[in-house]
Design a binder for this molecule. Structure first.
Ligand code: ADP
Length: 563
């Protein structure tokens, strides 16, 4: 935009854009803040659930360990360990503990609490081998889930070695646990897309529970987040599951001394829907919408700007052409004024000398020529004067001399001037001055005379053997002049044209009178300069009434003549 100015449309567009940016930004920050708070709340809850789950599993393992120790003691002491084990089992929840049993030193499953128990060989099973192969170490081994050969159920085997008092390996006491059972409650807590897992620091997943059931035995040691988990007792990692591809906030908690840890994962989608207030959930959408609106407005403002630019360019072009046109009119007026002025001096010379010649005692032919020269020169002078006047009026340089003017004197002067022509053409010329007409008005006498002269001259020119009447009336504010004739009249269509320069609406052939086509245009300019208006009522073939008004009081400042 030139000169650094900004048009109002652009300014409005810019202010709207700024307002929208402020609203969008505040929404963005509010949404961000809400998101941060929701995430923090979700983390707290997730940590609590994970901690509780770890405690619960820990308690279950403790209980299972107590049971395995009691079973071991009865086995080592050589009493009726079978009966004792059955009586312990009766006190337990059978869904959580599918069975209790013993493997002897050879790997033979010698006793189990299942009703249809039969001895089977379990020598190759890890929960036996780990104790048989690591002599002297007394620890509770927790296996990966296994399909029990005896129970036919997927179970975690918790086993403890049994040694005699002399240190001889006697076998293994085994407590089977249904892993699904101790995660069941927690599945309810983490919603439909949450994931719970129990895994070992050995990188093997003991159990992973999600909505589709549970899986186990995956090697998770290759994931980056696994390295983070084994480095700390508890904390959070972000995990994208290779199983369902979901991105989850995942809390972890180690079970001290067991080489195991618990994880609970909650999808970030659920965090937004569960923890964000409803209003904030729509903020990203709202912000997006606002930004879209902003972009649209910006586009519109650019478009408006380019339209404005185009408008401005065509306006500039228009004002340039107008300036050129005005310059041309100005130049034409100047030319007319100076040419008319220059023509008047020699014309006066021709007039004077031809008049003198006509007075001389000359032969008749020469007399006629001198008279013809005089007439032609008079006519030419009239044209030149009109041209001069019209160019002055058009350029606004017409001199007005406002003074009290006696109307009757003006009308008398007009009558005297035109009565000769009227008599010559057999036309009656009369006048009527109304009673309400003031004796004097403040106006320019020369301009008033020129207007009246042009109208009366035309009336007589276009009326043959008829009547021309000058009427003067008045209203409270204006004096109204009428020049009515019974001449050839003017068609309605032509009435619209005759007040413009150089317009002659009667064909040259039918026009018996000569003229310039400037008389009415000059009359109109002068009337308007005097502060009045002009018009005509006419019927073709019947006659015309030209009228004009001038103000009773004219307080206009006098226009300075600068020609
Ligand atoms: P001109 O010098 O030709 O008279 P005007 O501007 O005075 O120029 O008039 C323009 C035209 O209007 C005339 O040529 C004529 O055709 C028409 N006109 C003017 N006055 C009358 C009238 N009283 N009756 C009929 N026609 C008229």
């Amino acid at each position: 935009m030139p000169g650094g100015m900004m048009n109002p449309t652009c300014l409005k567009g810019l202010l709207t854009a700024v307002a929208i940016i402020v609203v969008a930004l505040s929404h963005y920050f509010a949404a961000n803040e809400a998101q941060t708070q929701a995430t923090a709340r979700a983390r707290e809850n997730l940590h609590a659930v994970t901690f509780a789950l770890a405690q619960h599993i820990e308690r279950t393992f403790d209980e299972a360990d107590q049971i395995s120790r009691m079973m071991r003691r009865s086995y080592i002491e050589g009493g009726n360990y079978r009966e004792l084990t059955r009586s312990i089992y009766r006190e337990l929840n059978p869904v959580l503990y599918p069975q209790l049993g013993f493997i002897d030193s050879k790997g033979l499953y010698v006793f189990g609490t299942l009703p249809d128990f039969k001895p089977i060989d379990l020598a190759d099973r890890k929960h036996f081998r780990i104790h048989a192969d690591t002599r002297g170490d007394d620890f509770l081994y927790i296996s990966t889930p296994l399909l029990g050969r005896a129970s036919k159920k997927l179970t975690l085997q918790l086993s403890r070695r049994m040694d005699s008092a002399s240190g001889e390996f006697l076998g293994v006491a085994v407590v089977s646990i249904n892993p699904e059972q101790f995660t069941a409650v927690y599945r309810e807590l983490i919603g439909k897309d949450g994931v719970i897992s129990l895994a070992g620091v050995d990188g093997i997943n003991r159990i992973r529970v999600d909505k589709s059931g549970f899986t186990f035995g995956h090697d998770i040691s290759r994931f980056n987040w696994f390295q983070m988990i084994i480095a700390q007792n508890h904390g959070f990692v972000d995990v994208t599951s290779t199983i369902d591809n979901k991105y989850r906030m995942t809390a972890f908690q180690h079970l001290p001394g067991r080489g195991l840890f618990v994880t609970v994962g909650l999808p970030y989608d659920d965090i937004a829907s569960n923890y964000l207030p409803a209003y904030h959930r729509y903020l990203p959408l709202l912000t997006g919408f606002l930004i879209l609106t902003l972009l649209t407005l910006f586009g519109l403002s650019l478009r408006t700007q380019s339209l404005n630019q185009r408008l401005k360019t065509s306006n500039d072009a228009l004002s340039n052409s107008m300036r050129v046109a005005f310059d041309a009119i100005e130049a034409k007026n100047r030319f007319l004024a100076s040419v008319s002025h220059e023509l008047r001096t020699p014309l006066h010379g021709i007039l004077g000398h031809s008049e003198l010649l006509a007075l001389e005692d000359l032969p008749v032919d020469a007399q006629d020529s001198a008279t013809a020269i005089f007439r032609s020169a008079s006519h030419l002078l009239q044209i030149v004067n009109q041209l001069l006047d019209i160019s002055k009026a058009d350029s606004g340089k017409q001199e007005l001399r406002l003074e009290p003017v006696t109307l009757r004197a003006i009308i008398d002067e007009m009558m005297n001037l035109h009565v000769v022509t009227a008599n010559r053409t057999g036309t009656t010329l009369t006048c009527d001055i109304g009673e309400s007409v003031p004796e004097q008005v403040q106006t320019d006498a020369t301009a008033l005379k020129r207007i009246l002269h042009n109208l009366i001259d035309n009336a007589l020119k276009f009326t043959k053997a008829g009547a021309v009447k000058i009427c003067v009336g008045a209203t409270a504010s204006h004096v109204r002049f009428e020049v009515a004739d019974t001449g050839i009249g003017i068609s309605a269509e032509n009435q619209l044209k005759i007040f413009t320069n150089y317009t002659q609406v009667h064909d040259f052939e039918t026009r018996e009178a000569s003229g310039t086509g400037l008389g009415l245009a000059l009359a109109r300019s002068l009337v308007e300069l005097l502060g009045g208006s002009i018009g005509v009522n006419s019927v073709l073939g019947e006659g015309s009434t030209f009228w004009f008004t001038i103000p009773r009081e004219n307080n206009m400042s006098v226009t300075e003549d600068r020609t």
